[in-house]
Design a protein. Structure first.
Length: 495
């Protein structure tokens, strides 16, 4: 399956060490200068370059040299001790001076820059910026000129996506060698602007395959499984699996119904919705294809896959239903209150971790915190590590929902989703995701592939709706599944 690789900082340092003979700084500077030139096409031809005390500053000097050679008016702000620059950055500094460039120690007052280049701090930064550099960041952020960040916006943690204030808010980021997790999750998408990846003529995979990848609909759509292509004629509803959804307690029936509808729209052959409420509706008149049952009646005969949790509640009856579902030999997606029950009950947690069939978990940060016995703030401080910890603890495939949803798989590989928008921040969208995931599991997709596809398609559906003028304000969960169906069928027309 095609994908863009994502590396953590420690992995990138290994790659850089193995490629130490390559002129990486020169390549990075030229690549970023080309991006800068494109950004300046409609801007005044005056550039302010902020150069820091390390290798990111070296990249900035190379950018400045190239832009000067292309006849842009370039000013470089640099107040570090040039004698303490790393070797590569020192060479770049001398080359800038040799090309007739100069530096100034303070950020100038003039305000007619067409572009600001952020070359202050790179991927090694792990603490908040202080002093004069912090002031430069704050002033750059208030300037009218767009900012181009080199490798990563200064102040953004490359591994976690936490913006350690102050942090550069870039209009564009030219990142080098490969993507980093912090560009894609947490605060990253709000601080990076338009991302471009420049491999610097390195085949990173040749030094070892990455554990991480970026999920994008443009890539996943090229590798849809056969069950979703509907290219065969000799099929029936049983071909596409039976899904059972267990949830919908008093006052929360809509959550289970939303999941059931989403499962139908993603091609499940039959969908049973087992409702935990005593006041159970006889039929869903909007989607009468759904078969509504008492929750206890959907386990026998064993469906091809189960989803437990949407609108489930945490009362003793819900616990008993979950205890019945966990030992079943069918793929199981655990969502919402099913996760809360597992977090509060050691026996349920042990049963979940000991399952033989595939297990998929879909927590938001608060649910993830309960499962790991920590706080939501700690989860958000390192979303990738938290998701990997959940996958290891429960031997499951896990998605930590949020900005740049993180998927971690039972084999400790991982992915970060690049689709989706703020329109998903509304009630019921997680239920729609659970139903879409359940439909893919019922159609016999391997759990890790089903999770990656469901998460990416869920976000892509929201993106498609916004492109049509539906949202992000007021986008509702009910609109996601029809949009996802349109995306799938646009890829797989009947032959």
């Amino acid at each position: 399956m095609p994908f863009d690789p994502v590396y953590r900082v420690a992995e990138l340092r290994v790659l850089e060490a193995k490629a130490c003979d390559a002129p990486l700084m020169e390549r990075a500077g030229l690549a970023a200068a080309t991006v800068a030139r494109d950004l300046l096409a409609t801007q005044p031809p005056r550039v302010l370059v902020l150069a820091g005390p390390g290798n990111n500053g070296g990249d900035a000097f190379v950018v400045a040299r190239w832009l000067k050679s292309w006849f842009f008016d370039v000013n470089v702000v640099f107040h570090a001790d040039a004698g303490r620059l790393p070797a590569g950055a020192a060479n770049a500094y001398r080359a800038w001076l040799g090309a007739g460039g100069t530096t100034i120690a303070e950020m100038p007052e003039r305000g007619d820059w067409g572009l600001i280049v952020d070359g202050l701090f790179g991927i090694g930064l792990t603490r908040a910026v202080e002093g004069a550099y912090a002031q430069w960041i704050e002033r750059a952020n208030t300037h009218r000129a767009p900012i181009l960040a080199l490798d990563i916006p200064s102040g953004l943690n490359a591994d976690t996506g936490v913006a350690m204030q102050p942090a550069i808010r870039a209009a564009a980021t030219a990142t080098f060698i490969a993507l980093k997790p912090g560009l894609l999750t947490g605060d990253g998408p709000d601080y990076c602007g338009a991302l471009s990846v420049h491999d610097l003529n390195l085949d990173a995979a040749a030094f070892g395959p990455p554990a991480g990848r970026r999920l994008e609909w443009r890539c996943l759509r090229r590798a849809l499984p056969e069950s979703l292509r509907r290219s065969r004629h000799n099929v029936h509803k049983g071909t596409f699996g039976t899904l059972a959804i267990v949830g919908g307690n008093n006052g929360m029936v809509g959550a289970a119904i939303l999941a059931g509808r989403a499962a139908l729209y993603l091609g499940a052959g039959k969908v049973f919705v087992g409702l935990a409420t005593a006041a159970r509706p006889a039929v869903d008149w909007v989607q009468p294809e759904l078969m509504l049952r008492d929750a206890a009646r959907v386990f026998d005969p064993l469906p091809d896959a189960l989803v437990v949790g949407p609108g489930f509640g945490t009362h003793p009856g819900a616990r008993a239903l979950l205890a019945k579902a966990l030992p079943l030999a069918a793929p199981l997606a655990l969502d919402a209150d099913a996760l809360n029950l597992i977090a509060s009950d050691a026996k349920l947690a042990a049963a979940a971790a000991g399952r033989k069939a595939a297990t998929v978990m879909t927590p938001h940060p608060a649910e993830a915190a309960r499962l790991l016995g920590t706080t939501s703030a700690n989860i958000q401080a390192d979303r990738l590590s938290a998701t990997l910890a959940l996958a290891a603890k429960f031997h499951a495939d896990v998605v930590l929902k949020g900005a740049g949803s993180v998927c971690a798989f039972a084999d400790q590989s991982w992915a970060i989703n690049a689709s989706g928008n703020a329109g998903l921040a509304s009630g019921g969208t997680g239920d729609a995701l659970a139903g879409m995931l359940g439909a893919l599991l019922a159609q016999k997709m391997p759990a890790s592939e089903a999770l990656a596809l469901a998460v990416c398609l869920h976000g892509a559906a929201a993106d498609a709706l916004v492109a049509e003028g539906i949202g992000p304000v007021g986008l509702t969960a009910s609109e996601l599944a029809p949009a996802a169906r349109r995306l799938i069928n646009a890829v797989t027309p009947l032959r």
